[in-house]
Design a protein around this ligand. Structure first.
Ligand code: NAD
Ligand code: DAU
Length: 350
């Protein structure tokens, strides 16, 4: 049976000051259809109010956006915000696999306790909002062959992926036990403007601009499926409006690339040499390949629109044109993180 396409006018977007969340807010407000958004964001090292600047500087959009700084695990704060929303889209998470290996606790606090607080508030709200949990292809673990489908086993292999899988399972339990109207999306590796420079593509672009070494883990033959950020945001919106209660939807980019090949394309666009690349000690438990079947979401009418060459060009151009943004992000605690993550790797690199 086809689900009705729903319209939501008052959205709570948690984690909306991050990379994908801010793109989602930008795209929904940019439709200028009267939708009002409250962003709830803790502004961790990854959250950035500058990501919301394009909306704040547009008076019509600014009038429809409220920003609340706070934690999704704070039940007193979350309750009234959820009570005033027609739908909740939860982007909030610690999102970097390497940091989950160094310091896993915050991943569990936000990914498990935080999600639980949101679900309890939805359950308690007099007019229960629809809840969308933004999850990841990493919950399937490494896919040696073929493409993961939504009913496949969850086999997370990093603390990050385990926390995301736990969050999804909590959502599922609230649908079954409490009749909550909730849906889950599993997106693939996302790239584009406003991406924190700790992740592969923006790290290598910004290091290469400065002629710094590029730390490639292991043989660089790990494969990722790349999804442009506005396509990911559109996929989430398609599921919010048309997804069936209790269902999970893969959002697959359909661009499977070995890391080495992605790095070569970036260097070519920047006019920088391969000699910047250093083969460094691998990430522990490194998933070799991610690949998902996207046909379930295609049946709702969503398909990715950005081809990889155009998306990479747009991304490289954005970092070249927005140095002030990424240099500010690569300040403060950045050097200490970089030394901890890469210091000895780079000193023993080949
Ligand atoms: P991000 O790290 O850029 O943004 C996360 C945002 O959540 C930040 O603004 C941060 O301040 C906020 N946040 C963290 N903990 C919070 C808390 N306790 N309370 C309130 N806000 C909090 O991450 P992203 O790349 O934009 O990812 C967003 C979501 O999409 C995450 O749930 C992630 O697991 C998922 N996802 C990401 C990708 C990807 O490739 N980036 C792919 C699939 C799924
Ligand atoms: O697949 C979806 C996931 O994609 C999201 O759920 C995560 O939030 C997001 O961070 C991303 O996870 P990855 O671990 O795949 O992304 P990352 O950019 O960290 O790494 C991409 C690939 O590049 C991976 O194979 C590891 C490799 N890599 C990464 C870094 C940061 C390197 O070789 N060197 C590096 O310095």
């Amino acid at each position: 049976m086809t689900e009705p396409v729903r319209a939501y006018r008052r959205l709570l977007v948690t984690g909306g000051a991050g990379f994908i969340g801010s793109c989602y807010v930008r795209d929904v407000l940019g439709r200028r259809d009267g939708t009002e958004i409250t962003v709830l964001d803790k502004l961790t090292y990854a959250g950035n109010e500058a990501n919301l600047a394009p909306m704040t500087s547009d008076p019509e959009q600014a009038a429809r956006m409220t920003v609340v700084i706070g934690d999704i695990a704070d039940a007193d704060l979350v309750g009234p915000l959820i009570g005033a929303a027609d739908a909740v889209v939860n982007f909030a998470a610690e999102s970097h696999v390497d940091r989950s290996i160094l310091d896993p606790e915050a991943f569990l606090r936000t990914g498990v306790i935080g999600v639980h607080v949101l679900l309890e508030a939805c359950r308690a709200a007099p007019a229960r909002p629809r809840f969308l949990q933004v999850s990841t292809d990493e919950v399937y673990g490494s896919i040696d062959q073929g493409h993961a489908r939504e009913d496949d086993r969850l086999e997370p292999r990093s603390p990050y992926a385990a926390a995301k899988a736990a969050g999804e399972l909590l959502v599922r339990s609230y649908v079954v036990t409490h009749g909550l109207d909730a849906v889950v999306t599993r997106g693939s590796n996302t790239y584009g403007p406003f991406h924190h420079p700790e992740k592969l593509i923006p790290l290598f672009i910004t290091n290469a601009i400065d002629d710094r070494p590029l730390p490639m883990y292991g043989d660089g033959l790990q494969r990722r499926d790349w999804l442009y950020v506005s396509d990911h945001a559109a996929g989430i919106d398609a599921v919010l409006r048309g997804g069936a209660t209790g269902e999970t939807y893969n959002i697959a980019g359909g661009v499977e690339m070995a890391n080495r090949d992605t790095i070569a394309l970036l260097l070519e666009r920047l006019g920088k040499p391969w000699s910047l690349v250093r083969q460094v000690e691998d990430r522990p438990g490194h998933d070799r390949r991610y690949a998902m079947d996207g046909s379930k979401l295609a049946a709702l009418g969503w398909l990715p629109t950005m081809d990889f060459a155009t998306g990479l060009d747009a991304t490289v151009d954005w970092y070249l044109e927005n140095e002030a943004w990424w240099r500010a992000v690569r300040s403060g605690d950045w050097d200490a993180y970089y030394e901890r993550q890469y210091g000895s790797r780079l000193r023993t690199a080949t």
